[in-house]
Design a protein around this ligand. Structure first.
Ligand code: AP5
Ligand code: ZN
Length: 204
């Protein structure tokens, strides 16, 4: 089962993907995570990508497409995968159609008005990679988790990310609607309610 988890910044793609990979035993492929790892390792690609990411802009298609192409060839993708944050432009979606077959596109629907609060309150555990929110999903023991905040989770960058989402990424939804692959899911409920619905949709 090859799934695209689609949605604006802060929609809950990462939060939901982490639940679904356990349930369906397939990997999460987050282009954002791959790029952040490259930044942490201070590779040439990472240093180049960081400029775009911190400003809230998309990394050029040719860079991201190359990363995904390489990742999908790995053994653990044989039984399927969950793409989180890819494709984000129509050119990326067209590329994906050339190398694989996407079964379903789950679009998490969250209004822009909720997104800034979600993103500025997000914290990630350096130890486990688990995603928290200072208000909606705080960790039991903050010190134990060693929480960090993403460099692009500032209010200024989030506004730019939202703008770019509307301009460059929303057309991808139209692309998949034409293929009848899209399921729109209300992303404003409790995370566990959303997970339940996603499992029902994907279990069919
Ligand atoms: P990426 O890492 O993909 O960021 P994003 O798309 O902006 O999405 P986020 O990770 O911010 O949000 P999410 O939907 O995963 O939400 P989460 O579950 O964390 O990309 C970062 C950058 O990399 C891009 O800006 C770009 O520069 C570059 N990039 C990546 N892919 C690219 C591509 N394909 N092409 C070009 N450039 C690319 O949740 C957010 C917060 O909300 C958390 O605090 C969480 O606890 C909370 N939350 C989650 N669900 C709920 C809920 N139901 N109710 C209340 N709070 C909730
Ligand atoms: Zn994410």
């Amino acid at each position: 089962m090859n799934i695209v988890l689609f949605g604006p910044p802060g929609a809950g793609k990462g939060t939901q993907a982490k639940e679904l990979i356990n349930k369906f035993n397939i990997p999460q492929i987050s282009t954002g995570d791959i790029l952040r790892e490259a930044i942490a390792n201070e590779t040439k690609l990472g240093l180049e990508a960081k400029k775009y990411m911190d400003a809230g802009n998309l990394v050029p298609d040719e860079v991201v497409v190359g990363l995904v192409d390489e990742r999908l060839k790995k053994d653990d993708c044989k039984n399927g995968y969950i793409l989180d944050g890819f494709p984000r432009t129509v050119a990326q979606a067209e590329f994906l159609d050339k190398i694989t077959n996407i079964d379903k596109v789950i679009a998490l629907d969250v209004p822009a008005s909720e997104i800034v609060e979600r993103i500025t309150g997000r914290r990630t555990s350096k130890k486990t990679g688990k995603i928290y929110h200072i208000k909606y999903n705080p960790p039991v023991d903050e010190k134990e988790e060693d929480l960090i905040q993403r460099d692009d989770d500032t209010e200024v960058a989030v506004i730019k990310r939202l703008e770019n989402y509307e301009k460059q990424t929303l057309p991808v939804l139209e692309f998949y609607k034409k293929q009848n692959k899209t399921v729109l899911v209300n992303g404003t409920r409790k995370p566990e309610e959303i997970t339940k619905e996603l499992i029902e949709i994907l279990g069919k």
